[in-house]
Design a protein around this ligand. Structure first.
Ligand SMILES: [Fe+2]
Length: 193
């Protein structure tokens, strides 16, 4: 099946004279710059690594919300279409907060889709459309992955004296994800306990 009118090779050729050389990194991924924030390097490195994991998973959940916003179908199309986009917008804000916390600690935040795909612990969703209850259960699983790792990461940050990272994870990530789970879960929970 033909998927595009132009091939990857043609694109690479057409940009050849415009793109700068690719060997100009000023800080390699994984190297930490020491910032004057009264926090030791071991604590910063541990938080940077945890936050990049959380970032990859939050970016994956963010994109899953947009996929489901576009592809949702059936009698609940309208409310789910709106709900998925509202949750997407909130996850966009969380992504920025996590990435900027990595930079504040002197690290390099993951940014590009292939790097995110390589790192995330959330199972890959298919390209095609799924029914609303499958969409919701896939989202609930992604939230639970994030909540489970977030609680462990928050405890580690506190143990290392990194109160700022603990606060971000507890006040923003955990509380927001729990709230979004509630909104999703009520669509599929049994009426009678
Ligand atoms: Fe839209």
């Amino acid at each position: 099946m033909k998927t595009s009118t132009i091939s990857r090779t043609e694109i690479v050729k057409s940009n050849h004279d415009i793109l700068p050389p690719h060997d100009h990194e000023t800080q390699a991924f994984g190297l930490t710059r020491k910032h004057p924030i009264a926090l030791d390097q071991t604590a910063c490195n541990a938080s940077i690594d945890d936050l990049n994991q959380l970032l990859a998973d939050t970016m994956t959940l963010r994109d899953m919300y947009k996929k489901h916003h576009w592809q949702v179908s059936g009698p609940t199309f309208y409310p789910l279409h709106l709900l998925f986009d509202k949750h997407f917008e909130t996850q966009v804000e969380l992504v920025d907060q996590i990435a900027e916390r990595v930079q504040m600690l002197g690290g390099i935040a993951l940014a590009m889709a292939p790097d995110v795909a390589e790192r995330t612990l959330i199972p890959r969703a298919p390209k095609g459309r799924e029914d609303p209850s499958t969409q919701i259960s896939r989202l609930l699983h992604a939230h639970e992955v994030i909540l489970e790792e977030s609680r462990a990461m928050a405890r580690e940050a506190t143990k290392n004296g990194d109160d700022g990272t603990n606060d971000l994870i507890v006040s923003e990530i955990i509380r927001t994800n729990e709230m979004q789970v509630w909104f999703l879960f009520m669509h599929v929970a049994q009426e009678t306990l």
